[in-house]
Design a protein. Structure first.
Length: 256
């Protein structure tokens, strides 16, 4: 989680690299790209990057699959479940690596908001991670301008997470206006989310062709109006990010 990494000064690449090396992968040459390709599929990735072709069917992956399962390298029938197990083991290893520091460092994961797509397309069996207590929070990337779909995904995510807190990531860059931003925040909390996050910083305070300047100002006003109307949320924002002030609250999370 970006927040925990910054707050506790933990470099996740330093935690992940030994796990990758321990599994027989070659140590990366450049520290700036310490974990360029942990595994396919990734623990978290941008929904826009999902491709229609099968995940992780390159020769290296298939050879690893054959050695691990005893199946032929061209036998894909058990491949999806094996990949899900690989990703789950990686999450479990990260959890153990964090525990080994002797510090109470929370672990969250950015996940696909459609539970079925997460499991079948990118091999994120994140409800299982929640059931096993491997993560402290999940951040579903619920990016859509369809409010009905947003609400359905929100309810499904909260149900799938069980007792694990859900911080719903709102794709503010997809919202039409301030009204829709406020509506999606309310929908997430109504569904039982423990909190919300805005994706992404550039869409609100930076520069991006997806969000023209006039629409950007409207989207920012939507979030700030929502915060002003809810004292507890406003106090929480100032408590966590006192240096920023309401007009420039920070978003720390996937792609933020």
């Amino acid at each position: 989680m970006a927040w925990s990494a910054q707050r506790h000064c933990v470099r996740l690449d330093e935690l992940l690299e030994p796990l990758v090396v321990r599994r027989g992968r070659q140590r990366p040459r450049h520290r700036s790209h310490a974990i360029p390709d942990v595994a396919q599929p990734h623990v978290a990735c941008d929904p826009k990057d999902v491709r229609p072709d099968p995940v992780g069917v390159d020769a290296t992956t298939m050879n690893l699959f054959a050695r691990a399962t005893g199946r032929r390298s061209d036998d894909r029938s058990a491949l999806p479940q094996w990949q899900r197990e690989c990703v789950t083991r990686l999450v479990a290893d990260v959890r153990e690596a964090l525990k080994s520091t002797g510090r109470a460092i929370p672990l969250s994961v950015a996940v696909f908001a459609d539970v079925q797509v997460a499991r079948e397309k990118v091999r994120q069996d994140w409800p299982e991670w929640c059931r096993r207590g491997l993560v402290d929070a999940v951040v579903p990337m619920n990016y859509t301008d369809d409010d009905a779909l947003f609400a359905v995904r929100s309810r499904n995510c909260v149900a799938a997470a069980g007792r694990v807190p859900v911080v719903m990531a709102v794709g503010v860059y997809k919202c039409r206006d301030a009204v829709q931003v406020r509506g999606q925040i309310d929908a997430a909390l109504t569904a039982g989310a423990a909190g919300v996050g805005m994706f992404n910083w550039r869409s609100l305070f930076g520069s991006t062709p997806e969000v023209p300047a006039d629409r950007q100002r409207d989207l920012v006003s939507g979030v700030e109006t929502w915060l002003r109307g809810r004292g507890a949320a406003r106090r929480a924002a100032h408590r966590h990010f006192p240096q920023t002030g309401l007009a420039r609250w920070r978003f720390i999370g996937p792609g933020g």
